[in-house]
Design a protein around this ligand. Sequence first.
Ligand code: AMP
Length: 112
Amino acid sequence: MGDCIFCKISEGKISAKKIFEDDELLAFEDAAPQAPVHFLVIPKKHIANIMECSDAGLLGRLMFKAKDLAVLKGCGEDGARFVVNCKGNGGQTVPHLHVHVLGGRPLAWPPG
Ligand code: AMP
């Protein structure tokens, strides 16, 4: 989509520190990390949020890749948080489906 930041990253029009890419998915470091490990996994196809996603297989592969990359990033032993913010009440600021993976330190619960 023309004005979508994550589509522009996917298309190489905006730079990002990519950590994984295939035909369907892209993972890159969050620009404002909230933990020692903080990266995002997105589908390359523009889907505004999880509620707009009708592809269960894609959602499964997205989460599975997030899990695999979390392990590669060293979170396998101590764990990590996998977050999908959705629309206003969910705190979503970039309207392109993404999974946050945060780790490397203990994270409080519940969120504010
Ligand atoms: P959310 O609030 O769930 O929509 O999270 C959007 C995330 O995208 C935030 O954690 C931002 O720091 C991150 N972000 C925004 N722009 C960029 C960018 N150009 N490169 C990497 N991360 C970004």
